[in-house]
Design a protein around this ligand. Structure first.
Ligand SMILES: [Zn+2]
Length: 176
């Protein structure tokens, strides 16, 4: 007998699970690296065993997990959610944690900062120093297949018809 497939089942579920696992591993390793940093600032026994090398190793492992996650997503053509994408530096694959691995500032480059809709969130990575920029108030545009086709105004359509007629009339006169 043929197996009846569940209509609600996600296709390629194991790929999503793998990507999710890698992201969680990366965030865990990154948090451990931050803990090491804190324990170094407050002198304790643990700070002696986990030195700067340990912290760097943890951050490198976290970065490697994110590199793997990106590779999995690219290979299987699954889309990372914008929320996850915002938390990964696309230049050096560091997990961006506010106040620890990145600094975010709201910038407004309009004349005198008078236009509130020109606010841009700038997230600067502390590892590579490069920044990602996101408009704050603008709504995110839908993906192309999800966009609704807007009907053109009637006046524009009329003008197009007139132009086409003119082209038709001009055709027999042209030497070609
Ligand atoms: Zn970076």
């Amino acid at each position: 007998m043929a197996k009846i497939k569940n209509a609600h089942a996600v296709q390629g579920r194991h790929i999503y699970a793998r990507a999710s696992y890698l992201y969680q591993a990366a965030s865990y390793l990154s948090s451990q690296a931050c803990e090491v940093q804190q324990s170094q600032s407050a002198p304790s026994d643990r700070g002696l065993e986990m030195d700067g090398c340990g912290k760097r190793a943890l951050q490198n492992l976290s970065r490697q997990a994110l590199v793997d996650m990106r590779a999995v997503c690219l290979k299987s053509q699954i889309r990372q959610t914008p929320v996850i994408k915002k938390t990964v530096c696309k230049f050096c694959d560091t997990l961006l944690v506010e106040g620890q691995t990145c600094v975010s500032v709201v910038e407004n480059r309009s004349a005198g900062g008078r236009k509130p809709w020109a606010d841009v969130m700038v997230i600067q990575c502390r590892t590579c120093g490069r920044a990602k920029r996101y408009p704050v108030s603008a709504q995110r545009q839908k993906r192309l297949p999800l966009r609704e086709k807007q009907p053109r105004p009637a006046q524009d359509v009329k003008q197009d018809v007139v132009e086409e007629r003119e082209v038709d009339m001009a055709e027999p006169i042209s030497p070609t």
